[in-house]
Design a protein around this ligand. Structure first.
Ligand code: FMN
Length: 237
């Protein structure tokens, strides 16, 4: 069985889970975090596609939505990561986007939230039963129930995020190393370090800038939201 592992992981947590599956099952590992890679790997052939992605604003991260339509594998297994707050109806939305593939299982894992300075370790053993199931080669479609989705999850998505989260660039501190430009998962940083509208607020540029020239400003409401209790257990199906 040809297995492909595709992951989108601006800040590296989802990648850790994709690697657990790759180490156990083998196959081909594809990093879908960068724009060119999402173009290059649109039509890969696989019998089983292991798709690993984070939840963004109770939704599929914008750069991946169109990409999912191109997955042609008959079977898909989903590893969803989230910051422990809410993953909304994302599994159902992914299933709808996949079109031709049958979903044979999923995991939903709370991981370090990109906006919170925290140390969370991923317990590998939580994935043992999923890996065993996939190794058995007996793949059966599972039902993904519709879950409650915050009513605003799909409305005014961009403007809501922009209102809650702003990036500031201090050009006096910038040394034009271009790391942020190369590392941006959406190609949203121009040569003059202007942040374009296509930015998904993943904050990766903030973390990779060696001069700390890019900083983020979060609204009072977002800061308040991030203080809520986070879930800690992995859901496996
Ligand atoms: C723009 C943005 C939106 C997010 N929205 C949610 C959310 O709705 N619910 C949640 O629990 N976590 C949310 N998170 C946390 C991410 O799901 C978490 O940081 C992610 O799993 C990290 O994946 P990565 O390290 O592979 O990039 C959000 C993070 C970002 C950057």
């Amino acid at each position: 069985m040809k297995i492909v592992h595709g992951y989108f992981s601006p800040n590296g947590e989802t990648k850790k889970i994709a690697n657990i599956f790759y180490d156990e099952l083998g196959g081909k590992l594809i990093d879908l975090t960068y724009p060119q890679s999402r173009v290059d790997h649109r039509r890969v052939n696989a019998d089983l596609y292991i798709l690993s992605l984070p939840v963004y604003s109770q939704n599929i991260p914008r750069p991946l939505r169109k990409f999912l339509i191109h997955i042609k594998a008959p079977f898909v297994f989903i590893n969803l990561t989230y910051g422990g707050f809410s993953y909304g109806n994302v599994l159902f939305k992914i299933k709808k986007q996949l079109r031709v593939s049958r979903v044979v299982g999923y995991t939903v894992s709370p991981v370090k939230h990109a906006y919170i300075d925290q140390n969370l370790t991923i317990d590998k053993s939580a994935f043992d039963s999923s890996i065993k199931k996939l190794q058995s080669n007996i793949l059966e479609e599972i039902h993904i129930p519709y879950r409650f989705n915050h009513i605003f999850a799909s409305l005014f998505e961009k403007s809501r995020t922009r209102h809650k989260f702003k990036l500031n660039v201090n050009l006096n501190m910038c040394t034009q190393c271009n790391i942020c430009i190369k590392e941006c998962p959406t190609g949203s940083i121009t040569q003059s370090i202007k942040i374009l509208d296509s930015c998904i607020s993943c904050e990766h540029c903030v973390h990779v800038c060696p001069e700390n020239a890019i900083t983020s400003k979060k609204s009072f409401l977002l800061k308040h939201y991030l203080k809520k209790n986070q879930k800690t257990s992995v859901i496996v199906r």
